[in-house]
Design a protein around this ligand. Structure first.
Ligand code: KMH
Ligand code: ZN
Length: 271
């Protein structure tokens, strides 16, 4: 059995003040992704920053980052349409016009730490429809049980293909489900038959929940978007140590690591 490793090199919130090894500029993100690819990552989940490190949906920055990566490795690009809490939905949604192989789809609005993550129903439906039109595979980010029901409604309305649905069970965001094994098990048990899934465990529980997810048959995500630390009190020197550790964990569990081509087949990615 093969598992897919996704690298998430940079998230929407932390800056180099939190971890000086966080890549924020296109060249830095590309270097980090290429290194992660050599360590086994088949997918790169990307957030972009402007020169002041603020999250941005700027299409020039996004295109440049994607091009720099594509020049050096064939990793599958998954653009975040979450982008950052202060970026308007329509700017975030425009990123799918670059036709990445995948993009995130966040089905519901929610509190997100001290901020607000706005995903209004009508705009989510329009984005889902546009992604379907463009052949951009959604990675459905579910932070609560109701978010799963919202995705199933989108599927029932014909806005998502269900072959297979790809879920990220996000645990540990203040405003969503807590990062506990019980919540992971509950959510995995509720996914539709045949779904492809991974856990995105934010913060301290990242390693343990990733290990549980791998043992349960899930894929894995690794990178500084989800945790800035390799272990308690030790900042990760970039994304590579986190990706390497995930690959080692998978191999120790006797799981093969999916190549880009295998991942395309597993996810039935439109070409
Ligand atoms: N960092 C995630 C918990 C997305 O990429 O679409 C939220 C997020 C969503 O960044
Ligand atoms: Zn993200």
């Amino acid at each position: 059995m093969s598992i897919v490793i996704t690298v998430a090199p940079t998230g929407p919130i932390a800056t180099t003040a939190d971890n000086p090894h966080l890549p924020t500029q296109p060249e830095e993100i590309a270097d980090s992704v290429v290194a992660a690819y050599s360590a086994g990552a088949a997918v790169a989940h990307l957030h972009l920053r402007d020169t002041d490190q603020r999250p941005t949906a700027d299409l020039t920055i996004a295109r440049r980052t994607v091009d720099l990566i594509a020049e050096r490795c064939p990793i599958l690009i998954q653009l975040s349409t979450g982008v950052g809490l202060d970026v308007p939905f329509e700017e975030r949604a425009a990123l799918v016009e670059l036709r990445p192989r995948m993009a995130t789809l966040n089905p519901c609005s929610m509190s997100f730490g001290t901020g607000e993550f706005r995903n209004p129903p009508a705009q989510v439906r329009r984005l889902a429809a546009r992604m379907r039109e463009l052949g951009v595979k959604p990675e459905l980010e579910i932070y609560d049980t109701g978010h799963l029901e919202a995705c199933l409604r989108l599927r029932d309305e014909g806005l998502l293909d269900d072959e297979p649905m790809q879920f990220s069970i996000v645990l540990g965001v203040a405003g969503g489900m807590a990062a506990t094994p019980e919540n992971l098990l509950t959510m995995v048990g509720r996914l539709p038959e045949g779904s492809v899934w991974q856990v995105i465990a934010i913060g301290r529980a990242n390693l343990r929940l990733t290990a549980i997810a791998l043992a349960l048959g899930g894929n894995a995500r690794a990178g500084l978007e989800d945790t800035l630390y390799l272990r308690k009190g030790e900042l990760s020197h970039g994304n590579l140590p986190l990706v390497r550790r995930t690959a080692m964990l998978a191999r120790d569990l006797d799981l093969a690591i999916a190549s880009v081509e295998e991942t395309e087949r597993l996810l039935h990615l439109p070409t």
